[in-house]
Design a protein around this ligand. Sequence first.
Ligand code: IPM
Ligand code: MG
Length: 361
Amino acid sequence: MTLNITCIPGDGIGPEIVAQAKKVLDKVAEVYGHEMKYTDILMGGASIDACGEPLTDEAIATAKAADAVLMGSIGGNTSTSPWYKLPPEKRPEAGLLKIRKALNLFANLRPAVLYPELRGACPLKEEISAKGFDMLIMRELTGGLYFGERKTIEENGMKKAIDTLTYTEAEIRRIAIKGFEIAMKRRKKVTSVDKANVLDSSRLWRAVVNEVAKDYPEVEVEHMLVDNCAMQLVKDPSQFDVILTENMFGDILSDEASMVTGSIGMLSSASLNDSKFGLYEPSHGSAPDIAGMDIANPIATILSAAMMLRYSFDLDKEADAIEKAVDTVLKDGYRTGDIYSEGCEKVGCTKMGELITERIK
Ligand code: IPM
Ligand code: MG
């Protein structure tokens, strides 16, 4: 099969980690008889520097024409980079929001898994980490506060900033369906997270989730307030299977969940629309402080490439092969600096990419 993939190397460590993911994909193509066709586009700071804006319409058109998008990371140091002197809509992150909206990528899947080999990196007490955890945060990605009307006005000499949080039933229903569908393939539990004790949008969220739940009688549903969920994530993360939540809550909780794994350099993500199309990227940022030093961990990007094979191309065997190769590399004791522990062998970004590539069977 021919896979048309648009790549966004992006900023910071982005180009290095995408290069390793491509290396792994090329090996998969060789072993399983596929053809990878890559087209690179610019986004974020790289695009600001080259084109004066974080994402051009041509770049969007290129991405739209592909079967899937594989992204590294975008953005720079917010206190020192000149990109952050620009107005908000011209900054690197605006490119990311624009591509999510333009490609209708409303379903953001963020797995947070505690790898047995990396249990020591979990910052929680041993009695909690010993139970292990494997959750998936299903975050709504194109609605809510991120895309509601916003403005800053002046009233009686006083500045006033307004952001609006809007959700329609249809927007809630389509993400809820995605959440239940994925729960059916996992441990069949959905924790829907909201702030229904305060927000109207959350009360509608809860009502629609309950409606959708009727179509999935096998799935256990629970509702949890977002503040409680933030606590439960550190108290007992093993209780979660699928966390289904709106855009802003999902942004915050997914960072918390990734921190709890202690190995954010390992976490992949997928942003999907209603077809097979998706954008795949690591959960971590562009780490400008270590860019170009060949020490970044490419595993999150490589696992994102595996998610891409699974969700956009239905190539489950190939995705399994990548995940297995990553497991084997960890079992063989190789670590990048971020996940290093005593007794292991420390390797750089390129070397880690090679070690995984060699193990693709
Ligand atoms: C994320 C990021 C983005 C978000 C930023 C960079 C706009 O934090 O993907 O979680 O808030 O969605
Ligand atoms: Mg975030």
